[in-house]
Design a protein around this ligand. Structure first.
Ligand code: ADP
Length: 867
């Protein structure tokens, strides 16, 4: 270190505190990076790597970006999950003795970005702090620095914490550096987000009331960790952070991560994008704030009837008043992102144009209020009357900022005439001077009789009198000083012109400076309005989501659902909201669903691709829509209020994501049957499919029986094991339904209609036919099927039906019986030695220990041997 130049030594000292970040080290008009940072940044940002002499023998790797284009580069790094520490010169280089002082002024991390493309308009950008406690509970506190919103909760297990983090959709997690290694590892594996560490949890009092709502010490500590991290990294006012809002996950409809994913609530399974999700369907919001609120509501449906009804009431009123609703939508369109604006005001990076937009947004509020009140006076209690148009702020902005200010703060022309006396005087001087110059041009033309004489201005020479060469001889000798010669003109100055010029320039310079200072003061005044703006933003976002519900409900002919306490579920002619929307020419076939005492569990059979999954999801999505306060796609619906929804898709279907193994399928099934209550909804789609037929069938049956006996919650269970349909005889709350399909000219025609009773045939081969598998292959499959059916008939001694139900036994321990069943049913098949050895090999594979790729490879090898 000793050999390095003082500047590099300074760099290394600063860098020591920011090991996990790129250090953008300000040198004049550039931010430079050195050593490993430079090598890595040159790769990540595709910028040239150079080197410089740093005092040591070896040259130091270096790369840099110009100051003015730094935001782009910072954004690129942050989007890739890196952190960037901005190190500025903190003293005037002209006054510095020795090396200019430098300090890190901000650490920008994925969870703390305030602007740029990393902030998606309709998405929150959360940063979450997580704490573990010795009693096994975990606390979470999270904030969106760009909107100032912060929340906290406590959950009972790490699993629940993971599920909550998933719901939050955080960009960065802050934990205690001493958090258990295993948990840290799980966080890293589960979420590809930045993990940061912060030891300090003390209750910083820098933000008034930040901790006020938090009654538990655990939550205070966790919110404390969050605030400590934000203060340390941001090093600036965080005044816009709102008091942490406490919530209890039990007060919302609970869905674990898998269930949400399977139901494609906010993103689709395949593309992981919004398009095709429920959020996409419902998003009729007109503002960014509304878009973010909608996502939050979908993630947390309500369970309190009166809260749901409050939302429904507004939706109904808006639905009935088309013209008013359209007007509301027009007004909302003009409302800027007040929440993020408030954040930027606090951060000090708001420009004059933002403030004009703020004013325009605020001027929409009285109209909005008026329309809402005209719809219904009662509505005013909740919404309209609470909307605060912040007229004092509108007045301030109206009087202070011009309608069309420049982007930059350094050019003047921001502040209105009449706002500040001193500014008016400067402007007067400058304007007078300019008039004087205009008049001078006229009088000079007259005096010299040169019509083309003109007075111009440039930065180097200031004001000048320009005369074409042909006319120069007309100028009075000794009156004009030649300043510049152009190819066909000469430029002159006169002492009186210079005198006026300095008056004008001085006035302009002073007025620009003054405008800058005035703007800062106005910004400080706007800061005082932050809490009011945030409250307004919240209400506006709610109006926006509710008008969106009304709009979509009208567009797609949804109906208002009723709720009942008797746990009855009656959906008449229901539709899957998203499938219905994406179906182009074809018509969606509506299906009813009745679930009450005798049909708490629906066992759904039917051919592949007939619509079993769609039907099940339709029921879940209808309940979710109802519980967020929206209308539902049906002709009528009377629903219970669900406390939890679980969905599980059989492993075979889930392989696309490459994540699921049979073990995961079982773990999730366990999750559902452990936590479900009588008031929950379970969707099991082809569960048990990820293992061998008998295994799978046995498990499926045992799971159904378990739910029936021990939970009694509403369950939709789709299966291709026709054998399970006999369970209806034994289980009083189970009912068979099937999705009908027709065979027409040897081809399957899906009717997508749910009917009572079990399906009678598997149409698998026909589906394969529809998928255009080679004709010869289809023919062969049909022959094989016939053979198998004959064999089955021959070996089947227990039933005449060609499906073979597993015996329904009184006890859940009946699994042990299957061994004997299987023995009995084994057809005698002669195999070659090669086949025997291959079978043995397959038998000995330990699938649970294999990755999907290993399994594929092994399968490939086996196939090769067989061929
Ligand atoms: P399964 O679970 O039985 O294999 P899916 O529920 O995945 O079948 O449905 C397959 C396809 O059938 C869906 O993608 C959809 O296009 C269509 N479909 C399902 N239900 C209906 C319906 N009620 N009306 C019209 N088309 C439907």
């Amino acid at each position: 270190m000793a050999n390095y130049t003082p500047m590099i030594q300074q760099y290394l000292q600063v860098k020591a505190d920011y090991q996990d970040a790129f250090l953008f080290f300000r040198l004049g008009d550039f931010y430079e990076m050195f050593f490993d940072d430079a090598i890595k940044a040159s790769q990540e940002l595709e910028i040239t790597l150079t080197s410089r002499n740093g005092g040591d023998e070896d040259r130091i790797p270096m790369c840099g970006v110009p100051y003015h284009s730094a935001p782009n580069y910072i954004e690129q790094l942050v989007q890739k999950g890196f952190k960037v520490a901005i190190c500025e010169q903190t003293e005037d280089p002209k006054l510095a003795k020795g090396v200019v002082k430098r300090e890190v002024v901000q650490l920008i991390t994925p969870g703390t970005v305030m602007e740029g493309k990393s902030l998606v308009e309709k998405e929150n950008n959360y940063i979450t702090s997580l704490s573990e406690f010795s009693d096994g509970t975990f606390a979470l506190a999270y904030a969106d620095l760009s909107t100032g919103e912060s929340k906290a909760t406590i959950v009972n297990s790490f699993d629940e914490a993971l599920s909550e983090i998933n719901t939050i959709g955080t960009k960065e997690i802050i934990c205690d550096p001493d958090l258990n290694e295993h948990l840290q590892q799980t966080l890293k594996e589960r979420f590809s987000v930045t993990i940061s560490f912060e030891k300090r949890t003390e209750r910083l009092e820098s933000i008034e009331g930040f901790f006020n709502q938090l009654k538990s010490e655990k939550a205070v500590q966790t919110a404390g960790r969050l605030l400590n991290y934000l203060s340390i990294t941001q090093k600036r006012s965080l005044d816009h952070l709102q008091p942490v809002e406490w919530y209890n996950v039990m007060n919302y409809l609970k869905m674990d991560h898998y269930s949400k994913r399977n139901l494609e609530l906010t993103e689709t399974i395949r593309s992981k994008g919004k398009k095709g999700s429920l959020l996409w369907l419902l998003d009729e919001t007109m503002t960014a704030m509304g878009g973010r609120r909608l996502k939050q509501w979908i993630d947390r449906p309500l369970i309190n009837l009166s809260d749901i009804e409050n939302r429904q009431e507004v939706v109904q009123l808006l639905l009935e008043r088309f013209f008013e609703r359209e007007e509301i939508r027009e007004k909302l369109k003009e409302v800027y992102d007040l929440e993020r604006l408030a954040g930027r005001v606090a951060f000090g990076n708001v420009g004059p144009r933002d403030l004009v937009q703020l004013k325009r947004s605020l001027t929409q509020i009285p109209y909005l209020q008026h329309i809402l009140l005209s719809i219904d006076n009662n509505l005013s209690h909740n919404l309209a009357n609470q909307l605060d148009p912040c007229e004092d702020l509108t007045d301030l902005l109206d009087q202070s900022i011009v309608e069309d200010p420049p982007l930059s703060l350094k050019e003047g022309n921001i502040i209105c005439d009449g706002y500040n006396e001193e500014l008016d005087q400067y402007r007067h001087a400058s304007r007078n001077g300019k008039t004087w110059i205009a008049e001078l041009q006229a009088s000079e033309r007259e005096r010299t009789r040169i019509k083309s004489l003109k007075i111009g201005y440039n930065r180097v020479f200031g004001y000048y009198i320009e005369v074409t060469k042909a006319n120069v001889h007309l100028l009075e000798e000794g009156r004009y000083d030649r300043k510049q010669t152009l190819s066909n003109a000469e430029r002159f100055i006169t002492p009186e012109l210079k005198e006026k010029e300095s008056l004008i320039l001085e006035a302009e310079e002073k007025s620009v400076e003054l405008e800058y200072r005035l703007f800062q003061l106005i910004r400080e005044q706007v800061k005082e309005f932050i809490p009011r703006l945030q409250k307004l933003a919240k209400l506006v976002s709610e109006v926006d989501v509710l008008q969106g519900f009304a709009t979509i409900s009208e567009k797609r002919q949804y109906v208002k659902p009723q709720f009942n306490q008797e746990r009855h579920l009656v959906i008449e002619d229901g539709r899957h909201p998203v499938v219905e929307k994406v179906m182009n020419a074809q018509e969606y076939v509506p299906n009813s669903c009745h679930m009450n005492g005798e049909s708490e569990l629906l066992l759904i059979t039917g051919p592949n691709m007939s619509g079993k999954s769609t039907y099940m999801r339709q029921v879940a999505l209808t309940s979710i829509l109802a519980q967020i306060g929206c209308y539902v796609p049906a002709t009528s619906a009377n629903l219970p209020i669900f406390d939890q929804i679980f969905t599980r898709i059989g492993a075979a279907d889930d392989l696309i994501s490459g994540q699921s193994t049979f073990m995961v399928e079982m773990l999730e099934a366990r999750n559902a049957i452990t936590y479900a209550t009588e008031n929950s909804l379970i969707l099991f789609d082809e569960i048990g499919r990820g293992t061998s037929t008998y295994d799978g069938m046995a498990l499926a049956q045992a799971i159904i029986e378990y739910i029936h006996e021990n939970i009694g919650c509403k369950t939709l269970f789709s299966t291709h094991y026709h054998e399970l349909t006999v369970l209806e005889e034994k289980l009083s709350m189970l009912q068979n339904v099937h999705v009908s399909a027709m065979e027409h000219n040897g081809k399957v025609v899906f009717l997508h209609k749910i009917k009572e009773g079990p399906a009678d045939k598997s149409y698998g081969i026909h589906v394969a036919e529809l998928a255009n598998l080679p004709e010869s292959l289809i023919k062969r499959a049909k022959e094989l099927l016939e053979d198998l059916e004959h064999q089955s008939e021959a070996t089947n001694t227990t039933t005449k039906n060609n499906s073979q139900p597993l015996k329904v036994n009184d006890s859940l321990t009946q699994l042990s019986l299957f061994g004997t069943d299987i023995e009995k049913e084994k057809p005698v098949i002669k195999r070659s030695k090669k086949e025997e050895s291959l079978l043995l090999e397959i038998q000995e594979l330990n699938l649970l220990e294999m990755t999907p790729l290993e399994a594929m490879n092994t399968l490939y090898q086996l196939q090769k041997k067989f061929r």
